[in-house]
Design a protein around this ligand. Structure first.
Ligand code: NDP
Length: 237
């Protein structure tokens, strides 16, 4: 029987490419995000759209309940918001943590009981090369990804005994909406911040990254490789 996959962030970028690629390769895919209109486009691939806001408990619970049993959870929903630590208001930073860390954790909590019962499960967390190193203007994004990597490593050691694998994906620059949001944020900081000297350099680096960004399908292929490996690596870069 086809494995059931829940892909978050399926309305765009890496999540969308992964949902389509897995659907084309025989998986039963549920694609979740807030923009349902975007998800409807995935119907043609047999992907079932689900409304999901990973910052809202009721929404997360309803999403998982509507599927029932999730064999493979791919956490691709994410926010890349930038600015110097001194400049970013704490509520904005908390929102980023809610999406990139707590939303992921809550989804995992809800799919684990069924995975344990089935003695089968794959949890794929999309981190970033930014989960390994910090750059100026990225404190909260990098903090969220470092935290995600630490959480994934601890979880892996907890759930291995139940036949569940935890896989971390660390993409480099990838073509998606996130790239545009990052560039917009950089313009915001470069105009008003006392750190504008750094912002200009980082802005150039991001522009370069955007120019050389990989297509999201490259990451989708890595994810498929991870979930199909008998003994997956802990990280795919
Ligand atoms: P996109 O901006 O293209 O996609 C982000 C996705 O997250 C969208 O589908 C969006 O859907 C969803 N999302 C955002 N907020 C919420 C929310 N509150 N609830 C539910 N869904 C939400 O970015 P990418 O595809 O590039 O990003 C995917 C992952 O890859 C992220 O975790 C990112 O950090 C990581 N990554 C990206 C890199 C890149 O260069 N692009 C590099 C390294 C890592 P909607 O708005 O419809 O809810």
């Amino acid at each position: 029987m086809a494995k059931t996959v829940l892909v978050t962030g399926a309305s765009s970028g890496i999540g969308k490419a992964t949902a389509i690629y897995l659907a084309q390769n025989g998986y039963q895919v549920y694609g979740a995000a807030r923009r349902l209109n975007r998800l409807q486009e995935l119907n043609t691939f047999g992907i079932i759209p689900i409304s999901l806001d990973v910052t809202k408990e009721e929404s997360i619970e309803a999403c998982v309940a509507s599927i029932g049993s999730v064999d493979i959870l791919i956490n691709s929903a994410g926010l890349g918001s930038y600015g110097a630590l001194e400049d970013v208001p704490i509520p904005e930073a908390k929102n980023q943590m809610e999406i990139n860390l707590f939303g992921v954790a809550r989804l995992i909590q809800l799919v684990l009981p069924q995975m344990r019962k089935n003695r089968y499960g794959k949890i794929v967390n999309i981190s970033s090369v930014g989960g390994k190193m910090g750059l100026p203007m990225g404190s909260w994004y990098h903090a969220s990804k470092f935290a995600l990597e630490g959480m994934s490593d601890c979880l892996r050691n907890e759930v291995r005994q139940f036949g569940i694998d935890v896989i971390v994906i660390e993409p480099g620059g990838t073509q998606s909406e996130m790239m545009a949001i990052g560039a917009e944020n950089m313009q915001r900081v470069s105009k008003k911040s006392v750190y504008s000297n750094l912002a200009t350099g980082i802005q150039k680096m991001y522009a370069n990254m955007e120019k050389n960004a990989a297509a999201p399908i490259v990451v989708a292929r890595l994810i498929k490789k991870g979930i199909e490996a008998k003994h997956p690596k802990t990280r795919y870069i």
